[in-house]
Design a protein around this ligand. Structure first.
Ligand SMILES: [Zn+2]
Length: 55
């Protein structure tokens, strides 16, 4: 996945927190630029949707 703020790879991003929801796992990751991306991992673990929110 890539940061929606700066478009760099999020592979080095720090995971802030992970929450279990009825749809799967929601993982909050903070990029080096300060942007926070939210990754949704459904129960079959395929990422299905990513969007970003400002910190
Ligand atoms: Zn970024």
């Amino acid at each position: 996945m890539r940061c929606a703020q700066c478009d760099q790879s999020m592979s080095e991003a720090r995971t802030i927190s992970t929450h279990h929801t009825s749809e799967g796992w929601v993982r909050y990751k903070r990029c080096a630029c300060g942007g926070v991306s939210i990754e949704l991992l459904t129960l079959d673990t395929r990422p299905t949707g990513v969007h970003a929110a400002r910190a």
